[in-house]
Design a binder for this molecule. Structure first.
Ligand SMILES: C[S@@+](CC[C@H](N)C(=O)[O-])C[C@H]1O[C@@H](n2cnc3c(N)ncnc32)[C@H](O)[C@@H]1O
Length: 439
């Protein structure tokens, strides 16, 4: 119980910090063991995936509304309800006791009593819990599926209700994970032998070479395969952008907005570390991760530069990847917190920044060179609408067909773009196009 208490209590700290600073800081779990840190992530991500519904239940069983609660109490209750209703391994009494102890420890004995009273109320009605019944359809759907109302409204309009439900259900499910073999460090056949020895289920992908769908990244961490650079954890759809850019050994490549760097690492492998990749990002913290990965993965042709793409002067490249900052609505099952950090204003700002970044990136492509624009968003404004606007303004770029690189089922825009959806493709939602500079 001692360690479980600390897992829960650290999870509460992370949730409180998120409410106060809009930042998910897993460093708060650094003192825990690997397995416990994994449990903290599970708690935090699952609570993010069910947040509106948990808040609805708090409102039903507490005399103080969620809106009036301080982050401490609110997040202890979210965790306690999640524990009681969704963690099969936690008996009701343990869910209540643990929450009461955390409340006493963090907020005093009175709050402990309040948590106890609210949780006992809920336990009494456990078999016939109230269901959200708001007249406002967006609010009802948003509470049931725990997504923000603005997102629900736009997805219901765009996809229709049935498909919007499927998408939100996929966002609330445990995501699929993939690893990609790093051929700079091992041969694919040797990697398969390792997998056999490790006795893990890993299904090779039909879509791209060297990718395997896995159930959990844990064995790959514990056997040191990531730290030794043997394979990279990367969603298969995240691999589409480097695949269609198709960097060749000896070329000069710019990876703009590169950190934490999985696409730079993959490109180094595609180039067999010959030629040059200049990886640029505005965030030094994220670039540190890239630098560490480049060492681990033997990506010796990566050079790192901290800078704002809107200001740096880099010269010209054969191939440029702009993996633009975006709302991330395609990766909500892995990054459940993102849904609570985004709003319509944020979408508008992202679109404006992407437009400027795309113009700068285009100026760095030499004549005859290639430019890939990619996002992990599902929103048309960040994706094809961005490209249409760009092509209306610049007649020196043309869209290239992608059928030679990617499977048909992920292609959109008559084969001139790719777009995946979590509920249709079983991977993250990514978009991308390949543009050629023709004059
Ligand atoms: C989608 S992430 C990139 C992910 C990365 N390509 C990868 O595969 O690991 C977007 C990145 O853009 C960076 N960024 C945002 N605005 C930028 C700017 N004006 N100049 C350079 N980098 C920027 C962020 O720091 C962030 O690391």
């Amino acid at each position: 119980m001692e360690t479980e208490l600390s897992e829960r209590s650290v999870s509460v700290d992370i949730l409180i910090n998120f409410d106060e600073n809009q930042r998910l800081d897993y460093n708060l779990a650094d003192e825990l063991e690997t397995r416990e840190r994994a449990q903290v992530r599970e708690y935090v991500q699952n609570i993010m995936r069910k947040r509106s519904y948990l808040d609805f239940l708090i409102d039903e069983f507490s005399s103080v509304s969620v809106a009036e609660m301080k982050p401490g109490l609110k997040n202890i209750l979210r965790l306690a309800i999640y524990d009681m209703l969704f963690m099969d391994s936690t008996p009701d009494y343990a869910a209540i006791n643990e929450a009461v102890e955390i409340a006493k420890m963090k907020l005093g004995s009175k709050t402990g009593d309040l948590v106890n009273a609210i949780m006992r109320n809920l336990q009494r009605d456990r078999e016939k819990l109230p269901k959200p019944a708001f007249k406002d359809r967006n609010k009802l759907v948003a509470t049931t599926f725990s997504h923000p109302e603005w997102m629900v409204e736009r997805w219901r309009k765009r996809f229709g209700e049935r498909e919007a439900f499927q998408l939100m259900q996929a966002n609330n499910s445990r995501p699929h994970y993939y690893v990609r073999v790093n051929t700079l460090r091992t041969k694919p056949e040797n990697f398969e032998l390792r997998l056999e020895k490790m006795d893990v289920d890993a299904k090779p992908s039909d879509w791209l070479p060297y990718y395997y769908q896995i159930d959990s990244v844990q064995p790959f961490i514990s056997k040191g395969l990531l730290s030794k650079g043997i394979c990279l954890v990367q969603d298969i759809a995240a691999g589409f952008a480097p695949t269609v850019l198709d960097p060749q050994p000896g070329e000069k490549v710019f990876d703009l907005c590169a950190a934490p760097g999985t696409k730079s690492i993959m490109m180094a492998d595609l180039m067999q570390a010959e030629g040059e990749i200049l990886s640029v990002d505005i965030s030094s913290e994220r670039l540190e991760k890239l630098a560490e990965s480049a060492l681990n993965y033997g990506a010796e042709n990566i050079k790192i530069r901290r800078g704002d793409v809107l200001e740096v002067s880099l010269g010209l490249a054969d191939a440029v990847l702009l993996d633009a900052p975006c709302t991330g609505t395609g990766v909500l099952s892995k990054r459940a917190d993102l849904r609570w950090r985004r709003d319509e204003e944020g979408l508008k700002n992202a679109v404006e920044l992407q437009e400027q970044l795309l113009e700068e990136a285009a100026n760095m492509v030499k004549r005859g060179g290639r430019l890939v624009y990619s996002t992990c968003s599902l929103e048309p404004e960040e994706n094809m609408e961005q490209i249409t606007k760009f092509l209306e303004k610049y007649d020196n770029f043309e869209l290239e067909p992608l059928e030679d690189y990617l499977p048909e089922e992920v292609l959109a825009e008559e084969g001139k773009a790719y777009q995946t959806f979590p509920h249709k493709h079983g991977c993250d939602g990514h978009f991308g196009v390949l543009l050629k500079r023709v004059k």
